[in-house]
Design a protein around this ligand. Structure first.
Ligand SMILES: Nc1nc2c(c(=O)[nH]1)N[C@H]1C(S)=C(S)[C@@H](COP(=O)(O)OP(=O)(O)OC[C@H]3O[C@@H](n4cnc5c(N)ncnc54)[C@H](O)[C@@H]3O)O[C@H]1N2
Ligand code: MOO
Length: 410
């Protein structure tokens, strides 16, 4: 392991990954992806004038009464013949407005009289505003004219933007697909159920990483578990290479730590060979045949901190989201102790933009992170009360920072 590189530099390297090439996807499958083409209205929206109310389409009249036609639109899909002078016809919300209509009289502002000698008549309730021209008619192109820009490329296709694209006439769109990620969890001592015997630990990563990666917008395409075996790791890394391989454990330098030897055998290019941060300093980022390899340290808090520090900017950059680094500035609610060099990532609780450090935050622990809203980035020398503190979202967290990061949609 060479000397650790500064925290922001390491994040900058992760964030400089090129966005994946765009693909064409159905609107449903494109939700959550970044748009790589503009969405423009392919037709006027709405494409036809329609009724905004259940009631009657009426012609302009001196007296507020009309001959009520016997045909009617009792469903929005019915297209009516034009109205002649003095006529009205029943419509529902969404019915295309027949030619000759002046306005729509809503059903509660009119009544029908069958008793007169002139056939069935419709009368408006005195004082109704519905006889003003165009009243209760949704005009053509009120939302957009054909060709108008609705959403720029580079934005996330949210569910509501996909629905808007559907209204605008699209069936599919060019988007940057979510990065395909495979997990390789190392460590013969790692068990996935029950109480660990001496020499064993319960797995934290296989359980939590899928949700965290999903929340970051990655597509988890596989997960393998192996012993501390460099040959097995090399084999797995060469098999069906995805966009990103994330490994856990084995990042340090003991004979059981197999990540670096495996990368040497693969002749992978090391981009980040440890980071000046605690916990998580042995975290590593490499590239081999176009696949990024992110090595998360095995200590639980260290691994998750490394995911927040390097994994999040990497995945955002591959998804084409810029700026790739998300951090949020808050205030220190009490003194935060810093490291001797580099930065310390401290699980903190956030109340009213103020952070408080949590207990149980050693590298091998989980309890602090479980209650954390954010990871405070504390520089060497520490921070005193009221100083600004940059924070990272806890991966997959619904808390104030995680939540904010997830809704930071461009
Ligand atoms: N001589 C040195 N030793 C260590 C250094 C160092 O600089 N010099 N760095 C320490 C730091 S810091 C960290 S962090 C760890 C990194 O460890 P590895 O990435 O090599 O991980 P392992 O050795 O495989 O495991 C460490 C620890 O984590 C437990 N573990 C592993 N996988 C899981 C899992 N899926 N779920 C829960 N816990 C897991 C494992 O049992 C170990 O207890 O190295 C330090 N050592
Ligand atoms: O980086 Mo280690 O993660 O301090 O325990």
């Amino acid at each position: 392991m060479s000397s650790p590189i500064p925290f922001e530099q390491a994040r900058g390297i992760a964030a400089s990954a090129e966005a994946l090439p765009a693909v064409r996807r159905s609107l449903e499958e494109g939700i959550g992806c970044v748009l790589s083409e503009p969405v423009t209205a392919q037709l006027d929206i709405p494409h036809a004038a329609t009724s905004a109310m259940d009631g009657w389409a009426v012609t302009a009249a001196e007296e507020p009464q009309w001959a009520l036609r016997s045909d009617r639109a009792d469903r929005p899909g019915i297209v009516l013949q034009p109205l002649a002078a003095g006529e009205a016809v029943a419509v529902v919300t969404g019915t295309p407005i027949p030619k000759g209509a002046h306005s729509v009289l809503r059903s509660e502002h009119g009544y029908i009289d069958h008793s007169g000698s002139q056939g069935t008549r419709l009368h408006a309730t005195p004082g109704t505003p519905d006889l003003e021209p165009h009243r209760n008619i949704r005009p053509t192109a009120a939302e957009a004219h054909t060709g108008q820009l609705l959403c720029e490329p580079g934005r996330i296709l949210t569910a509501t933007r996909a629905a808007t694209a559907a209204v605008a006439g699209y069936d599919n769109l060019a988007v940057i697909p979510p990065p395909r990620v495979r997990l390789i969890l190392t460590g013969g001592e790692v068990i996935t159920s029950g109480h660990p015997a001496p020499g064993q630990v319960r797995d934290v990563f296989g359980l939590a990483l899928p949700t965290m990666l999903g929340a970051m917008g990655a597509d988890l395409v596989g997960s393998d578990r192996i012993d501390d075996d460099a040959a097995a790791l090399v084999d797995l890394m060469e098999k069906n290479p995805p966009d990103v391989i994330i490994t856990t454990g084995g990042t340090a330098g003991s004979p059981a730590d197999v990540l670096r030897p495996a990368l040497t055998r693969l002749r992978a290019r090391i981009l980040v060979d440890s980071v000046a941060m605690r916990p998580g300093h042995p975290a590593l980022l490499a590239r081999h045949n176009g696949t990024y390899i992110l090595g998360l340290p095995g200590n639980p808090l260290a691994g998750f901190a490394a995911l927040a520090a390097l994994g999040e900017p990497l995945i955002r950059a591959l998804r084409g989201i810029t700026p790739a680094a998300t951090s949020h500035a808050l205030r220190a609610g009490s003194a935060l102790q810093g490291p001797r060099t580099g930065v310390r990532l401290v699980p903190v609780q956030v109340t009213q933009e103020t952070v408080q450090p949590l207990p149980h935050t050693s590298s091998h622990m989980m309890r602090g992170l479980a209650e954390a809203d954010a990871l405070a980035i504390v520089p060497a020398g520490g921070l005193t009360t009221d100083q600004h503190v940059e924070c990272l979202p806890v991966p997959g967290s619904p808390g104030p920072i995680g939540g904010r990061a997830h809704i930071s949609i461009r």
